[in-house]
Design a protein around this ligand. Structure first.
Ligand SMILES: *Cc1c(COP(=O)(O)O)cnc(C)c1O
Length: 430
């Protein structure tokens, strides 16, 4: 492919990482449904295992279909490399794994996907890791939460469920001053709307499950490395800067430079944690990404139409969509996600919990599911579902209180969606 830095997003979303199949000329990326790859000879095998030559060994580590997806997402994000994983949650563990260790902590935003709040507040404790939750609009509190054992800072670019926008530049500045990597979950924005590396992110994680695949068929994740962090600047990241005992003493940063994190992710993360994306899922995601920009434009347009209509409805107390001039996050749209604020937002109903449940049950075109970023419009009452494991205080802090309903606006005709909302809101407030 021609020099990626000269090509536009619409071209790259179709071409980056792919070429006609060298064996058959197949134009679409084939699904390499194979577990293992034949070595040319014993010397070739030894070189592959020593990471002296890059090639395919076994599909838990690398696979040609998955490799195309890795390069495509890395290119769209402006990173140097990427590791695909079996889910967005797997990607979050894979991002933290080389950085953390027993007794180490990560400073995270309170405004996160519900599953991420549970993963960070409960499950990572089993590894001896911990998370400090902070309001990322309070920069002083973010700084104050960092201590000698902090190894990363984590937030979402456009945060679930309210569509709040994080001031990535300000957070990156704090991370930089503390010598820490900033990890940004860019799932809700997608690289079409926001490119966190341009705002100072070190790593970008994705749930491929959502807008990147875009049609509710895949569970997958991805970690993109900016290649810009100096892992050897302190002794905080020995897995990358010092001889790694899990790979016969190889020093990843010295050997692979800006590709250190990506090589570590494959050679150790995927090898030993095994959270691998399968080639069939990679194929579906590649198909989805070909139309990413077109879909995101329509998602944003439809979300704006619905949010504007909902804002004036008498049953509605609040609409959080950052595309609206009334949102406290509206000023950040032009700087962080200038092409639009995605299609995720919440409303608060004046009549509280019962009205929310009735609204969800009365909608017809909107599917009641725990997902987002589908071509179909989706709705969920977070407090009784995705955020159910949280205390009411955590729910409210995450923007998912009992009187809140979350929408992921799809690609249907906006008029049809508004008509559906109109009839369901009438029933909910009856
Ligand atoms: C869905 C989601 C995740 C988790 O991804 P899975 O693919 O479901 O594991 C993480 N972050 C955000 C913002 C999400 O929407």
């Amino acid at each position: 492919m021609s020099d990626a830095s000269k090509l536009g997003f619409d071209t790259l979303q179709i071409h980056a990482g792919s070429a006609p199949d060298p064996a058959t000329g197949a134009r679409q990326t084939p699904i390499y449904q194979t577990t293992a790859f034949v070595f040319r000879d014993a010397d070739h095998a030894a070189k592959l295992f020593n990471l002296q030559e890059v090639g395919y060994i076994y599909s838990r580590l690398t696979n040609p279909t998955v490799a195309v997806l890795q390069e495509r997402v890395a290119t769209l994000e402006g990173g140097v490399g990427a590791v695909c994983c079996s889910s967005g949650h797997a990607a979050q563990i894979m991002a933290l794994f080389p950085l953390m260790g027993p007794g180490k902590n990560v400073v995270v935003s309170t405004r996160l996907y519900g599953g991420s709040i549970t993963q960070f507040s409960q499950t990572i404790k089993r590894f001896g890791w911990s998370a400090s939750f902070v309001d990322f609009d309070d920069l002083g509190a973010v700084e104050a939460a960092i201590d000698d054992d902090t190894r990363a800072i984590f937030c979402e670019s456009i945060a679930n469920p309210g569509g709040y926008i994080t001031d990535l530049d300000a957070i990156a500045k704090i991370a930089d001053a503390a010598g820490l990597p900033l990890i940004v979950d860019n799932t809700t924005a997608s690289p079409y709307l926001c490119r966190p590396i341009e705002h100072g992110a070190t790593l970008v994680v994705h749930s491929l499950t959502k807008f990147l695949t875009g049609n509710g068929t895949v569970t997958g994740g991805c970690v993109v490395d900016s290649g810009k962090f100096d892992w050897s600047a302190s002794d905080k990241f020995p897995s990358l800067s010092a001889p790694e005992p899990a790979y016969h003493g190889l020093t990843f940063h010295e050997t692979f430079g800006p590709m250190a994190f990506t090589f570590h992710g494959i050679a150790i993360g995927l090898r030993d944690l095994g959270m691998t994306l399968n080639p069939q899922a990679a194929h579906y995601t590649l198909l989805g990404i070909e139309t990413l920009s077109l879909r995101m434009q329509r998602h944003c347009e439809n979300a704006m139409r619905l949010a504007t209509w909902l804002q004036t409805h008498p049953a509605v107390a609040e609409v959080t969509y950052a595309g609206l001039g009334s949102s406290p996050y509206h000023d950040r749209v032009a700087r962080i996600c200038p092409k639009g604020a995605s299609s995720l937002f919440t409303i608060r109903l004046k009549d509280g919990y019962d009205a929310c449940v009735k609204l969800v049950d009365s909608l017809d075109l909107f599917s009641h599911v725990a997902n987002l970023g589908d071509s179909r419009s989706l709705v969920i009452h977070s407090a009784s579902t995705t955020h159910r494991q949280l205390t009411e205080e955590q729910q409210v802090a995450a923007g998912a209180g009992p009187d809140v309903v979350r929408f992921s606006v799809g690609l249907e005709d906006a008029e049809d969606l508004i008509a559906d909302l109109d009839q369901a809101l009438a029933k909910a407030s009856a």
